[in-house]
Design a protein around this ligand. Sequence first.
Ligand code: NAP
Ligand code: G4F
Length: 329
Amino acid sequence: MSKKTALITGITGQDGSYLAELLLSKDYRVVGTVRRSSTETFERISHIEDKLELVQADLLDQYSLIDAIKKTNPDEVYNLAAQSFVPTSWNQPVLTGEFTALGVTRIMEAIRLVNTNIRFYQASSSEMFGMVRETPQSEMTPFYPRSPYGVAKVYGHYITVNYRESYDLFACSGILFNHESPRRGLEFVTRKVTDAAARIKLGLQKELRMGNLDARRDWGFAGDYVVAMWLMLQQDKPDDYVISTDETHKVEELVEVAFARVGLDWKEYVVQDPKFYRPAEVDLLVGDSTKARTRLGWTPEVDFKGLVEMMVDSDVARWTKYLKNGGDV
Ligand code: NAP
Ligand code: G4F
């Protein structure tokens, strides 16, 4: 049997890199779309770059998406590309809508025009639940987004459902709760905290300025969550699934666990700064992933403490190497 081909948009991001590793381990031909930039952003995939095919495409450019799909003839398309940082969505709401909302229509139109047998995964988000209507949140919970990013993701979610119903496409939406890893962008709260704990421990930073410590999130490990994406596309029928650990923790607990890992008391270093508060906050997220666990047979393997400690250890190792090499990572 010939190899399956997967096309991943957003392959240079956190999830794209883990998904590419997973699919290579399953003997897929893995193609990733990358956008033109003046410097390369391939750090997360540099260790597997020789096993990947990269094609240029941008969610803003309809033709580039059609061309990428025509040229590479994928069996599965995973749409992970997006403007994914919530605070930026207030500064660049229109661009966020173009990437994160209309970008989904562009890629689904490309699939519809080129090959309707392609199976499609859309990266939806628990941010769509926003001011939550019930707790825990499941596939049946109504959406109430609290940021331009959340609003754009609701559009992306419903256009996926609509194309499935209108054109009989095999299109799935994974409603993923926050998931993190040592490859998480430095601006997201988990990585900001684990990186700062490592730097403070090693004498490279004095304090950590933070926003709302009371917000609660359901944090899991990105490596576990990409398995769920793949499983969704292997089912007999397309459907939507919540993916979560089903546990919630305060940002304050995250800070406490991270600093404890390096033997420090967080209260001596963390300063609250209004600059990091958001115009509208999502106070509490906690998922109910019963459907994914029963129908897909999916379960996460890394728990909250294990995740935070994995990230702290990785940042300590990175900065220790930096110091040993005289300031060169
Ligand atoms: P990420 O690390 O921010 O990666 C985003 C990716 O999108 C990068 O590869 C980026 O490419 C690419 N991209 C951005 N704008 C693009 C454009 N106009 N055209 C083509 N590519 C573009 O995000 P992530 O954490 O891996 O998340 C993956 C997806 O899941 C995103 O859609 C995110 O919104 C969604 N999601 C994430 C979480 C989470 O907790 N991580 C939870 C729910 C949903 P460059 O390298 O060129 O910037
Ligand atoms: O890590 P965050 O920036 O993630 P957020 O906003 O929950 O969004 C992430 O998860 C979504 C899934 O629910 C994804 F769709 C989205 O793409 C992204 O991956 O912030 C988490 C919480 C917030 O309540 C924020 O107010 O941490 C709080 N926080 C407190 N101090 C902070 C900070 N967040 C950041 N980024 N920086 C702070 O200093």
